[in-house]
Design a protein around this ligand. Structure first.
Ligand code: ADP
Ligand code: MG
Length: 228
């Protein structure tokens, strides 16, 4: 089991952003976290990756409790946050080498990841000169460079044009074979196309958790019915 979430709640003052959420995910799972804006998707991802602590509950990554083994579990996670924070003045390759330094990795890892995320043509370009699609790919590259078991992508395809969307989909599907991927979106068709499991979250609660095929092409209907 790569990820085990047990009764996670998160309070921001009086606002309950997450209300006793539980689910599990295994290698090979590409889990779509679907929910309207403000549902709690990013909060959940920030708790899994260690940017926030939960108010209640526990999380295990590869069998280890995240609060008790923060650094060890974070090493097993790759994270692309919603904001995709990059250094705009850095060159693509320079930035990825910097990420290698952080992880104490050889720079060979850059070549591999540049190929996977098809960044070769822009590796000598400054990040600020790249289109949104390329910038997202740089964000995905930094999340994957240390070969993590669990990959957490917060709205990785938001704001992309159709061609860029297809490219990102391809990358996610290719890495998803032996890793566990969590991917959030508020676009139903998007998660349906990429994910083999879909979790619908609304007002901080999980209201559905099923294999994509078990929704029988009725995700849109189900979604609207559930979030009413
Ligand atoms: P989503 O990613 O699904 O759009 P979020 O996880 O960002 O939703 O937000 C869930 C709820 O938690 C919202 O009500 C939001 O206002 C609140 N929230 C998120 N982050 C913070 C924060 N740092 N401080 C206070 N409230 C927050
Ligand atoms: Mg969000």
């Amino acid at each position: 089991m790569s990820l085990e979430i047990n009764n996670i709640s998160k309070l921001f003052g009086n606002n309950k952003a997450l209300d006793s959420i539980s689910f599990k995910a295994n290698p090979g799972d590409i889990v779509g976290i679907l929910g309207p804006n403000g549902a709690g998707k990013s909060t959940m991802m920030k708790i899994i990756t260690g940017y926030y602590n939960q108010t209640n509950g526990s999380i295990k990554v590869c069998g280890k409790d995240t609060l008790e083994n923060r650094i060890e579990t974070q090493r097993k996670i790759g994270y692309l946050s919603e904001e995709n924070p990059l250094y705009p003045e850095m060159y693509v390759r320079e930035f990825l080498e910097f990420i290698c330094d952080i992880h104490k990795l050889e720079y060979d890892n850059c070549d591999e990841i540049i190929e996977l995320t098809t960044l070769k043509s822009v590796e000598s370009q400054k990040i600020k000169t790249l289109s949104k699609g390329f910038q997202q790919r740089v964000g995905i590259a930094q999340a994957l460079i240390h070969n993590p078991e669990l990959i957490v992508l917060d709205e990785p395809t938001s704001g992309l044009d159709p061609k860029q969307l297809i490219q990102i989909r391809k990358i996610i599907t290719s890495i998803g074979k032996d890793k566990t991927i969590l991917l959030s979106s508020h676009i139903i068709q998007e998660v349906e196309a990429i994910c083999n499991r879909i979790i619908i979250i609304n007002n901080g609660e999980i209201i559905a958790n099923k294999k994509t095929k078990d929704f029988k092409n009725k995700i849109e209907e189900k979604f609207l019915e559930l979030i009413k």
